[in-house]
Every structure is written in structure tokens, then in C-alpha cells.
Design a protein around this ligand. Sequence first.
Ligand SMILES: Cc1ncc(COP(=O)(O)O)c(C=O)c1O
Length: 316
Amino acid sequence: MALSPPAYAWLDGRIVPWDACVLHARAPGGFWGANVFEGIRGYWSEDDAQLYAFRVGDHLDRLGRSMKCMRMTVPWPARELAQACLELLRANEFRTDVHVTVTAYFELAETFDPMSYTEKAGVHITAVPAPSVAGRAEHGVHVCVSSWRRIGDDTMPPRIKTGANYQNSRLAHQEAVRNGFDTALFLNQRGTLAEGPGSCLVVVREGELLTPPGTSGVLEGITVASVADITARELGLPLRRREIDRTELYVADEAFLCGTMHELMPIVSVDRLLIGDGRPGPLTRRIHQRYLQAVHGDPAYRHWVTPTYQQQKVDA
Ligand SMILES: Cc1ncc(COP(=O)(O)O)c(C=O)c1O
């Protein structure tokens, strides 16, 4: 179904009409994917008539780390970019769940040579309606281990959220879909599990909660860090970061993908082998429920969300 675009985007310091948010065709930020970006969700809470942006500050901190690795600087500090995200959401008057991307990109160098160093970098921010995928999580997803390996820190660092990395992700995801799976999981260069094309992996085995560490070829995920906080705080269950073998996943009790877009998505089979009894596991469901409450402004996790609209003063 074709969706109509929102009215506005944000480009290099100002709100512009959606169609005016464009880069030059030869800007390396576009044609080489020489950019770094963040995907941030906003959740509409009907009860509070509020749109809560989730962990905006943490996303912009990670954008800063990605920029550092790319030797990129932009004229707007993280604080201003956070404000720009909220300003854009307000301008579009969203009253629905949204997905915001903040992208810092390299502009055309004076020499036009995309390989040459340039200090010219800009930022664009776009936001589109993106309903929560919680409904899909009722059934979970069937995944395969990809024939494509995850990129490595010595080639295209997966720790950085750069657009170019997602060619690797697209190859794996689309191959998986062509072969009848919902998505894929990558092995890293050492042959242990890394992550999905756009999400981290968590495995439950014998009461332990495990995830591959940052050195396994994964993005340092904000959702997985949120899961770690929730389980430590509410269940006294730490999330252990260690390498995970492919066959450990085959014999796991539960597993789930987690990421901004996927939220918590139970994995119900891998390579056509059922995980547990082939249904979303009880621990996964419990953590997922708390995660959804947190992103919608649950008081215990209020420090993670930023309200977009001015809050009405309520007289006691
Ligand atoms: C490759 C990859 N891994 C992991 C994640 C999960 O990261 P986060 O939870 O910060 O969205 C994402 C999503 O952005 C991703 O693209």
C-alpha cells in the first residue's frame, strides 16, 4: 500500500518541505552510502495524548561515535539535533507511532572526487509513521543462518551505523526472504553468531540470557542495552555478553531479535529447527511486555523517553 509522505523534513539546519530534502546525486553520502545515521522510534500514547521519543540522547551519542570513526564533523551538536528531531515531529503533527532517521552525510568534495577527504558534511532528518510490530511478535519469526558473513571491524566496522554497511544486511535479508524465511542471522568472520540484518540477537539457555558482545561483529544496540537494564532491574537476571555458537542457538530454550525497528521479536525457528516448542517463550514475552510499557512512558523508565508535545499542566 502506497503511503502519503509527511509534509516536512529537516535538512542542514532547517525544516523543509519533504520533497526538498535532497542531496546531490554525486554526494558520497548518497551514492557511496558515506554517511552515518540513527533510527529512533517515537511511540504515541493515547492515554497521555503524547508522542514519546525513545532514548534520543543515547542515539545521538552513538551517532557521535559513528561520526568520530568516519572522521566526520557537523555544525550541530547532539543537543541541537535532538531538538531538531522533536521540532520535526511537531511540525508534522504526528499522532501515531513514528520512525525518525538522523543522517550525517558527506557532501560533494571540491574536487568531485568521492575518495578525497572533505570536511563538508551535512545532516538530514526524516520521520515517517511506523506502527509498532508488537502484533507480529505474537507469532514470532522464522530465520536462517545466512550464507553471507557479517562484515568485520577490519573491513567495514559493524560497530558504526553507516549506510554502506547495510548492503551486507540487504544481501542477507533478501536472500532469506527469497528462500522462504522471515529474515537471517549472520555469522561473523570467526564463525560465531553476530546479529540480524537490522537487530541484535538474544538467546535464553538454561536460565541464562546471552548476547554476542560488541567484538562479535555487532552494532552496540540500544534496545539490547534496554533489555539488559530491564532484566537486571526487574528479574535480577543479568544479560551475559559472550560468543555464541550456531548450534547453541539450535538448542536454545528461547531466542529473540531486538532493535529499534523490530522491538523484541521472538525467533521461533532457525534453519527450520524449532526453538523451544516453536512459540514465543515465556521470558521473551515477559521482557517484551515491559519493553513496550517502557517505550510508552512507563514511570519506571520515564528517563528513557522525551515527550514531543508540551505537557498540559494538571491542577491537583
Ligand atoms: C545491524 C543492526 N544491528 C543491531 C541493531 C539494533 O540496534 P538498536 O537497538 O540500537 O536499534 C540495528 C538497528 O538499528 C542494526 O541495524
